[in-house]
Design a protein around this ligand. Structure first.
Ligand code: NAD
Length: 481
């Protein structure tokens, strides 16, 4: 590892050596070390929070042109370097190069979008019910925000938290996931050269137990925006509410994809394959429950089994790879455990189910499909977060809708149908935050709200103009004569 490079934390406008370092390894090739990334200790996290606090008064009242220009510059550099950053992303997370370049492009566009939002800040000016008095309703920055991100979108999720936070005048301390610090570091490097004053943006890498918990529990952090697992998110919410900090959580899913008898079979196969298996099934919006009505069920299962034979699993950077590796050994073990559970529960393995051998040593798993499964099985109810899906047969649309909604989660839900009646009914009666008609459950725009219901989310929406709900607080001013 003598040739691997060290990457430090960014605190108060300076690159600061970590209290320790962790090794970032390519899941497509375990002999490929991407670098040594700093791990902050509690003192460094507190220093970052102090720096953000000190920078907040000036930054929160700074001119919108300067904010716009800095965010726009970040967006431009990300877009100009999308191929190179895409390579880094594919190398550290394992999604394929085209998927990774797509994610980087999304991150660049998000910065451009929120650069524009700096210029569109608005409020209300209205008469009071008292004669001679007027009322102004304006939004002000929340304060210092702690941003905690997962490993599955190493650049897009940091971008969709950092960009609105800075646009609305907040100061940021971000903690990326330990498995993928490379993209967050590259983003911090770009931000460090974009013209933000020292302390406005800080990067502290390291573990959830140390860095995450200090951020969540610091009385000097006004809000936490978290994306990750349900267990961690719920504890963060409890801790934030106890000290009256604002909190926003985006968490897991068990997203249903309904396929009705009247669906276009070819389209249904493509969207099911795309949303169940692409990005190695490691998307919170992936559909792992395929709910199929009786008339099309057998044709659908047979066509899926055939289509899955042509899905190429391999090194994320190799041309022609459809699905890269699972992100880590721990995640691979979780996926394999659920494949065992599915078999022991009595579901029928239609395709996949085991490891794939490639030229390099990595965490390669065949996309896996179960049929003859029941809604009550654990594989139908629990988030697996890998390329594993199961088909459940239902009698008709009404049964499909009931089953789709019978989950503790509510992030994304899809229906494949040529019926306007069922599409409209599903749009209205699905209990998910995002509903897709004849589209994969995964794959969303960057300029509109993103988020779920029930156990999947808590607090206000992320992305688009709705992001201001979290990153601002409302002030009502009365003006007498
Ligand atoms: P995770 O909950 O293990 O970790 C998420 C982040 O929280 C990481 O940065 C981690 O270090 C940090 N963390 C861990 N323990 C902490 C603690 N005690 N205090 C503070 N921070 C702590 O999740 P993960 O494995 O990185 O990501 C996978 C999960 O994320 C899946 O459940 C997936 O559905 C979810 N996810 C949701 C969305 C969404 O928008 N709904 C998007 C992507 C991923």
């Amino acid at each position: 590892m003598a040739d691997s490079k060290r990457f430090d934390n960014y605190i108060n406008g300076q690159w600061v050596a970590g209290a320790d370092y962790c090794t970032n390894i390519n899941p497509s090739d375990l002999s490929d070390v991407i670098g040594e990334y700093a791990k902050a200790d509690a003192a460094q996290v507190n220093a970052a929070i102090e720096a953000a606090r000190a920078a907040f008064p000036a930054w929160s009242t700074s001119g919108i042109q300067a904010r716009h220009d800095a965010l726009d510059k970040v967006g431009s550099e990300i877009l100009a370097r999308r191929e190179e950053l895409g390579q880094l992303l594919a190398r550290e997370e394992g999604k394929t190069l085209p998927e990774a370049i797509g994610e980087v492009t999304r991150a660049g566009n998000i910065f451009k979008f929120f650069a524009g939002e700096c210029l569109r800040l608005s409020g209300d000016y209205l008469p009071s019910v008292r004669p001679g008095v007027n009322v102004e309703v304006t939004r002000e920055a929340l304060g210092v925000v702690g941003l905690i991100t997962p490993w599955n979108f190493p650049i897009a999720i940091p971008a969709w938290k950092i960009a609105p936070a800075l646009a609305y005048g907040n100061c940021v301390v971000i903690k990326p996931a330990e498995l993928v610090p490379g993209c967050a570091w590259a983003l911090a490097d770009i931000i460090s050269r974009a013209g933000f004053p020292a302390g406005v943006f800080n990067l502290v890498m390291g573990s959830g137990r140390v860095v995450g918990e200090v951020l969540v529990n610091s009385p000097k952090v006004d809000g936490i925006s978290f994306t990750g697992s349900v267990g961690v998110g719920r504890q963060i919410a409890v801790n934030c509410v106890a000290r009256q900090a604002k909190v926003q959580l985006e968490m897991g899913g068990k997203n249903p994809q309904i396929i009705l008898d009247d669906a276009d079979l070819k389209q249904a196969i493509e969207l099911a394959v795309q949303s169940a298996f692409y990005s190695t099934g490691q998307r919170c919006t992936a559909s792992s429950r395929l709910i199929v009505t009786a008339g099309i069920h057998d044709k659908f299962v047979a066509a899926m089994a055939e289509r899955m034979q042509s899905i190429k699993v391999g090194h994320a950077l190799k041309a022609g790879t459809d699905i890269g590796p699972v992100v880590s050994e721990a995640q691979l073990n979780q996926d394999l455990k659920y494949i065992d559970i599915g078999q022991s529960e009595g579901a029928r393995l239609v395709s996949g189910g085991g490891l794939v051998t490639c030229d390099t040593e990595g965490y390669f798993l065949a996309p896996t499909l179960f049929a003859d499964s029941e809604a009550s099985m654990r594989i139908s109810r629990e988030e697996i977060f890998g390329p594993v899906a199961n088909v459940v047969r239902v009698a008709d649309y009404e049964a499909a809708l009931a089953m789709a909604n019978d989950t503790e989660f509510g992030l994304s839900a899809g229906i494949a149908t040529t019926s306007l009646k069922y599409a409209n009914h599903f749009k209205r009666h699905s209990q998910a935050g995002m509903v897709m008609v004849n589209l994969p459950t995964a794959g969303v725009d960057y300029h509109v709200p993103f988020g779920g219901r029930k156990g999947s989310s808590y607090g206000s929406r992320e992305q688009g103009r709705y992001a201001q709900e979290f990153y601002t607080v409302v002030k009502t001013a009365y003006i007498g004569s």
